[in-house]
Design a protein around this ligand. Sequence first.
Ligand SMILES: Nc1ncnc2c1ncn2[C@@H]1O[C@H](COP(=O)(O)OP(=O)(O)O)[C@@H](O)[C@H]1O
Ligand SMILES: [Mg+2]
Length: 363
Amino acid sequence: MSELVLDRLRKEYGSFVAVDDVSLHVREGELVALLGPSGCGKTTTLRMIAGFIEPTAGRITIGGRDVTWDPPYRRDTGMVFQSYALFPHMTVAQNVAFGLEMRKVPRAEAETRVRRALDLVRLGHLADRLPRQLSGGQQQRVALARALVVNPGVFLLDEPLSNLDAKLRLEVRVEIRELQKRLGLTTVFVTHDQEEALTLADRLVVLDHGVVQQVGTPEELYEAPANLFVAGFIGRSNVLRGRVVERGRFVTEAGLALAVPTDGFEPGAAALALRPERITVIPGAAGNGVSGRVALVTYLGAATEYRVTLDGGESLTASMATPRPGDPLKRVGAGDVVTLTWPAETCRLLAPDRGAPTDEGGS
Ligand SMILES: Nc1ncnc2c1ncn2[C@@H]1O[C@H](COP(=O)(O)OP(=O)(O)O)[C@@H](O)[C@H]1O
Ligand SMILES: [Mg+2]
């Protein structure tokens, strides 16, 4: 049993709150991504779990055991650092063996385990090299092997892909996910990259200013963001500010009246979030929809984006499958009049403030 529970975990530096009462339950074998912008408290949270930083308050349990005040080597965690943190003067095999020596594992057993860990990350043939004789991707795999060799109950990774180039990042990402699933590792994966988090994680925790904004599956966060911060951070959203004027009706600040689901909202200030890919662009003026002029067309290969300035002055971005030759949309360019339509139920009303600091982080 190696489920991980954080209970109102908190870290203050003087009067600055880096991690603000984070509660979270990572299930056995689950990969949870801790996602948020730079400085939001991801590394601090992870290092408290690993035992490198003492919390100001709160509790950490692993497999039901309270480890809040245990030293790192007694926590049953394996950590991969952003900078790899390999020992430059030790060979690959010696680097991987390090955690086993700390734990006083007998030499013969250690050798077997090191070999197995290196095979796991396909580096068996490079065991005698020094880190500087390896590529960035290979160094990162050594760091993975070093964390895995101790058979950690909880696997912790701090932005492990951020030093790799784009192509390698994708490859190692897939490798990490396969390993994690195959070994059934309870894992916390820290990243500021929403795409990485969405593709890797069973569930995501979105952090901002040390506060959990939302916990959920990639689909839950994408389809039902809890606040404007999450709506903007997970994928992209158009945001129109305005007021709910009556049931089912929202008027933007520029005076555009829109039909939207208003369940749970009383008349008053609100913000409307709308995903670009839910908007359809129709060339010319059409009867039903919102009209405007194209400000910018951006070709992205499979998709094309249209930035449209609405008649009232507000802007919306629509993302469409790139039109084929002959499609009238193909000829639409900057300055042209278009009509935008979308299903009313894809609009999501949110509180007008940026985020909603929650008391309860866990789910
Ligand atoms: N030792 C420290 N003393 C004071 N402030 C710190 C210290 N370590 C981190 N912080 C601050 O805490 C916040 C969270 O840092 P960190 O957890 O590293 O963020 P992230 O990993 O999400 O980028 C940042 O604003 C950072 O400046
Ligand atoms: Mg960090």
